[in-house]
Design a protein around this ligand. Structure first.
Ligand SMILES: Nc1ncnc2c1ncn2[C@@H]1O[C@H](COP(=O)(O)OP(=O)(O)OP(=O)(O)O)[C@@H](O)[C@H]1O
Ligand SMILES: [Mg+2]
Length: 235
């Protein structure tokens, strides 16, 4: 379970980027975190993976803080705009990512190639990342997020920049990972995909949570996108 209690984050003493956010995410579920641009989604996810620390409040990933080494080993994170060492090949980058976990979860070359097959960039594994398209980089970012076989996976807009086929593939992987019992937390603006994938959603606006719960309870008789736009416009 992921337990978030009253976390807040202020940048430069001015912005209430995240304001008193509390959420509970059940183990084995797929949780979609929605909100307009600038709502605080990335700020929140960075606190969940221990890159930022909250000014107030607490976070528990399973039984521990995100800052504990044992938790970090068990977390996968795909940032909003992944940056790569452009001179490395896809396979070299994944080897590098895997080596960060060498003591406990380092993978063999064959295992890494399996992951690259899973995200469909195996054919380009020996090409330098600087030759990759945006969608290929996105897939590599996803591969890096699952390289340590984490229990908790945090994805900041994983479907962004992918063509419809790529989106479908990544969605399929998310579904497979869910079937393996993993807990997935992701930010997205693609609400049709959120609707298809998520058990629960949270909606944040100007740093504050305005809804958390099942998708169906929120959207009632409309599509998630229609209800989302209606709700945000009414605020
Ligand atoms: N490093 C930073 N320094 C100062 N302000 C920041 C910083 N990062 C984010 N902010 C501000 O915090 C607020 C929340 O930003 P955040 O990136 O978390 O939003 P988001 O919901 O992820 O938006 P998007 O959908 O555009 O990715 C915004 O007002 C943003 O300008
Ligand atoms: Mg963001």
């Amino acid at each position: 379970m992921i337990l978030i209690k009253n976390i807040s984050k202020t940048y430069d003493g001015i912005t209430n980027a995240v304001d008193n956010l509390s959420l509970t995410i059940q183990s084995g579920s797929v949780f979609g975190f929605l909100g307009p641009n600038g709502a605080g989604k990335t700020t929140a996810i960075k606190m969940l993976v221990g890159i930022n620390t909250p000014d107030a409040g607490s976070i528990m990933i399973g039984d521990e803080s995100p800052l504990a080494v044992s938790t970090r080993e068990n977390i996968g994170f795909m940032p909003e705009e992944p940056h790569f060492y452009d001179q490395l090949t896809g396979l070299e980058f994944l080897e590098f990512s895997s080596d960060l976990f060498k003591n406990s979860r380092g993978k063999s070359k064959t295992e890494l190639e399996e992951i690259l097959k899973k995200v469909n960039i195996y054919e380009a594994r020996h090409s330098k990342i600087r030759t990759y398209s945006k969608g290929m980089k996105q897939r590599l970012g996803f591969a890096q997020a699952i390289v340590n076989d984490p229990t908790y996976i945090f994805l900041d807009e994983p479907l962004e920049g992918l063509d419809p086929i790529g989106r479908r593939e990544i969605k399929k992987i998310i579904e497979t990972i869910k079937e393996e019992g993993k807990t997935i937390f992701f930010n997205s603006h693609i609400l049709a995909d959120v609707e298809a994938l998520c058990d629960q959603i949270g909606i944040i606006h100007k740093g504050r949570l305005i809804y958390s719960g099942p998708v169906n309870q929120f959207r009632k008789d409309m599509s998630l996108e229609d209800q989302f736009v209606k709700t945000i416009k009414s605020l």
